[in-house]
Ligand binder design. Structure first.
Ligand SMILES: Nc1ncnc2c1ncn2[C@@H]1O[C@H](COP(=O)(O)OP(=O)(O)OP(=O)(O)O)[C@@H](O)[C@H]1O
Ligand SMILES: [Mg+2]
Length: 366
């Protein structure tokens, strides 16, 4: 089982991306026609109300509850295929970049990596599924390529991205998929789905901010490869809660206000959206600076994605905050859809980035 990328048997027809987020389920159905990804349907269902909570809030539901919700969503969105790819939450996975000894022989290299990779995963080997990927050489060694502290100099190294997912998490997802009558050919850590859907820059490092309900995921992507990832435990639900408290209104009402007003909500110096985003962005900026310093190169742009990325005027605020190029993700741009739908797809796009990325990979299998 590969969490990175893969190609399976040829198949015809429609495919589905299924994103099980902490606050909502999203599906995107695509079909390939003359090398074009055609958008057939998409849909989202908030999980909050299924757990006695509100729309937009993170949940912790059982596999059975998620299965029931997913069935509802498949029906409501009129999904017509069972063939899908499914996301693994970043929070349930482990990613490490490791510099491991280089071997000329491919089989030997594989053995070395699989042996050494275990040392980077702080759980027993029997409890996780491991996968790895050799990061292509960036060309001539730069100043950043000197051995890290404590690492012996000399001896050629390869850079390897090691990923691990707990068996329990995979069993959980497989339960949901089978229960909902779907058939998944792969489970992919959401980071890779997001990158496929939103990153256009082929060479220079880009920072992706996936602003979810409970947390914000920061990825630095260089030459299409994840160079760094980090989770910030603050998300869009924190804005809703802050609005609810400061205005003394219900969570549901605060959620509506947040969506309607975005960054314009509240007074300039006590605006809950600004307070929360300034905390998220401060931490993201630390991650960014750290990367820039240790790799001696600059990050050229930031892509905002996730439901929080839909926040009105967030792009403008982010541009001011980071003083570099900021773009709000538009994953549906990679799909063909009727022109009249474009404005809507552009607006809601960031929420569906993971599901689009999954469906795009699945299309590659056909
Ligand atoms: N138009 C909007 N304006 C502001 N916030 C929004 C808007 N639409 C959705 N959100 C917020 O985005 C959050 C959901 O984002 P998303 O769907 O990416 O999260 P998730 O995938 O369920 O969570 P996670 O990725 O943390 O598991 C919710 O808190 C919701 O209130
Ligand atoms: Mg998400």
């Amino acid at each position: 089982m590969s969490f990175l990328s893969g190609f399976f048997a040829k198949k015809e027809g429609s495919v589905l991306g299924v994103d099980i987020g902490s606050s909502s389920l999203k599906v995107v159905q695509l079909r390939k026609e003359r090398d074009q990804a055609i958008l057939e349907t998409y849909g989202e269902l908030a999980l909050g109300p299924y757990s006695g909570g509100e729309v937009g809030q993170a949940t912790n539901l059982s596999a059975e509850q998620i299965t029931e919700t997913l069935k509802d969503l498949l029906r409501e969105a009129k999904v017509t295929t069972k063939d899908c790819g499914v996301s693994i939450p970043y929070s349930r996975s482990l990613l490490t970049l490791a510099k491991l000894p280089y071997r000329e022989n491919a089989q030997e290299q594989k053995t070395v990596i699989e042996f050494e990779a275990r040392k980077y995963i702080p759980v027993p080997a029997s409890e996780v599924q491991l996968d790895w990927f050799i990061v292509p050489d960036a060309g001539p060694a730069g100043p950043g390529d000197t051995p890290a502290k404590g690492e012996p100099a000399g001896g050629k190294k390869v850079e390897v991205l090691v990923v691990a997912v707990h068996n329990d998490e995979l069993a959980f997802l497989q339960n949901v998929v089978t229960g909902a009558g779907l058939s998944a050919s792969f489970y992919e850590i959401e980071i890779f789905s997001t990158i496929r859907a939103v990153v256009e820059e082929p060479v220079k490092p880009v920072m992706v901010l996936d602003i979810g309900a409970a947390s914000t995921k920061t990825y630095i992507v260089e030459r299409g490869i994840v160079a760094l990832s980090h989770a910030i435990p603050i998300g869009s639900q924190d804005i809703t809660r802050a609005i609810s408290v400061s205005n003394n209104i219900s969570i549901a009402r605060a959620e509506t206000l947040k969506k309607n007003e975005g960054m314009a909500h509240g007074d300039a110096d006590t605006s809950p959206p600004e307070l929360v985003f300034s905390r998220i962005f401060s931490e993201a900026r630390r991650v960014l600076s750290q990367y820039e310093t240790s790799h001696r190169k600059s990050i050229t742009s930031i892509v905002l994605t996730g439901g929080g990325g839909v926040t009105k005027e967030l792009g403008v605020y982010a541009k001011g905050f980071f003083s570099i190029d900021v773009r709000v993700a538009d994953p549906f741009a990679k799909t063909a859809a009727p022109a009249f739908m474009r404005p809507v797809l552009e607006t809601i796009g960031p929420e569906f980035a993971v599901a689009v990325g999954l469906a795009l990979r699945k299309l590659g299998e056909t």
